[in-house]
Design a protein around this ligand. Structure first.
Ligand code: PFF
Length: 449
């Protein structure tokens, strides 16, 4: 039987570590601060929190529900639960999104390796804030190094995914995630004791209503989807490896809380430094790479902390890249009927080609633009702000309107053995609130209404 042959997670903590490992990553520490910085600060945080509660949690729980009840990759899950209907297209779009995300995300993960290398080589020491700025821009505009680090990161990701769920993904994420948490706390303490920290905290936490715009809301929605790893079937895939006795509702809640907490803690680590060192908060994709080295320089033991931080940032990225690669690998191996190893190699090679173009977005391939955006920009914007919300929309519609309340209830109550008293709220959210919110934000953000 298909179910028996499938690999699975071995423990409750393993499930949470893997799912939180997927959710917590560069999206929290690199993307969240720069998108917040470009979109008005505190007001963005407020909208973000509302959307995570109203839309994020329902989508995440819907994905777990679909995955665990079908026990297949996203495409196969929809085919199994809705035979003969076009729902499988939602799975296919998700798999396309996985290719695109992996290509640009692993490029940034490669930057973290370069910074880890620089930290070890004491490359930040004695540099002024202008030098540090320059250092990042020069590195990113180069040809060889961004590609090299990207390829190394791709190889590490493939290596873990080849080892499977329990012996690969679970084993690594269980150890790596707790470390990250402790490190962020230490950095926060240093950041809030910087002179002028108050300004940064005010920017992060004090909403300024006048800065609200349709685009801010779309960016907040996109960031929520990206950060929670929802809307493309990553959590359908992970859900398909979750045991029948786990409480899906609790898992979704814990993963969302952990993800949100880490994003806020990352903001607390970064914005005081941004303001203390007079870096513009709307600086964009280089924000973290240009601010944190400055904190490390000021810190006692900064040399060690810089190494630890970039090491852990790479690890946070790795626990996310493996989850995205797993989506494609599960799809290839189950639908093409090939081994995990062959599927991983095939997936990595194709993503590798796209990623090399994305890595060149500031260097050798920077002349290439579509709609005024670089390859990297296009991949980032289209996945987070278009494909993921669109996928999330259909996922909640599927669970709310097509899967049948009876079946959803059976899944969430583990076949009737749990109470799952939140069910009516969940059904209301997936039927009405989440789809409506996504549709409105989406059409508004794209200027359709
Ligand atoms: N959630 C990850 C992060 O915040 O870094 C990125 C990500 C992973 C996005 C998996 C989408 C996904 F399916």
């Amino acid at each position: 039987m298909q179910t028996d042959q499938r690999d699975s997670f071995g423990s409750r903590f393993g499930v949470i570590a893997a799912a939180a490992g997927s959710a917590i990553g560069l999206g929290n520490i690199w993307r969240f601060p720069y998108v917040l910085g470009e979109n008005g600060g505190g007001i963005f945080l407020l909208i973000y929190l509302i959307l995570v509660a109203m839309v994020g949690i329902p989508v995440m729980l819907s994905e777990f529900t679909i995955g665990r009840s079908a026990r297949r990759n996203p495409y196969g899950s929809f085919r199994k639960l809705a035979p003969g209907k076009p729902w499988y297209l939602v799975g296919l779009v998700g798999i396309a999104a996985a290719f695109m995300i992996l290509a640009f995300y692993t490029v940034v993960a490669g930057w973290t390796l370069e910074y880890l290398y620089q930290a070890i080589a004491n490359g930040f020491s004695g540099k002024s804030s202008t030098d540090i700025n320059q250092m990042f821009d020069t590195f990113r505009a180069g040809t060889f190094r961004p590609i090299l680090w990207f390829l190394i990161f791709m190889l590490m990701t493939s290596w873990i995914v080849i080892s499977g769920i329990r012996k690969g993904i679970e084993k690594y994420t269980k150890v790596l995630m707790p470390f990250l948490f402790i490190l962020i706390l230490i950095l926060d303490i240093r950041a809030i004791t910087l002179p002028g920290a108050g300004e940064g905290l005010k920017f992060l936490f004090k909403p300024d209503i006048s800065k609200i715009s349709a685009e801010t809301i779309l960016e907040a929605l996109g960031q929520g989807f990206f950060s929670l790893s929802i809307g493309m079937g990553t959590l359908i895939t992970y859900g398909s490896y979750i045991g029948n006795r786990e409480r899906l509702g609790n898992t979704a809640l814990n993963v969302t809380l952990a993800d949100t907490l880490i994003a806020i803690l990352a903001g607390v680590a970064i914005f005081p430094a941004v303001f203390a060192f007079h870096i513009p908060p709307g600086e964009g994709t280089g924000l973290v790479f240009k601010t944190l080295p400055l904190i490390f320089q000021e810190m006692t033991g900064g040399y060690v902390f810089a190494i630890l931080f970039f090491l852990l940032l790479s690890i946070a990225a790795l626990t996310s890249t493996i989850s995205v690669l797993e989506v494609i690998v599960a799809f290839f191996s189950e639908e093409l009927n090939i081994s995990r190893k062959a599927a991983t190699i095939l997936a990595s090679l194709t993503v590798g080609l796209l990623g090399v173009l994305a890595a060149g977005s500031w260097g050798w391939f920077s002349q290439f633009h579509i709609l005024k955006q670089s390859v990297f920009g296009i991949l980032d914007f289209t996945t987070a702000n278009i494909l993921l919300p669109l996928g999330g929309f259909f996922i909640v519609i599927f669970v709310g309107w097509f899967m049948g309340t009876q079946k959803v209830q059976m899944e969430l109550s583990n076949g009737g053995s749990l109470k799952a008293g939140y069910l009516p709220v969940f059904v209301f959210l997936v039927r009405y609130v989440a789809p409506l919110a996504i549709a409105l934000v989406f059409m508004n953000g794209l200027g359709w209404i």
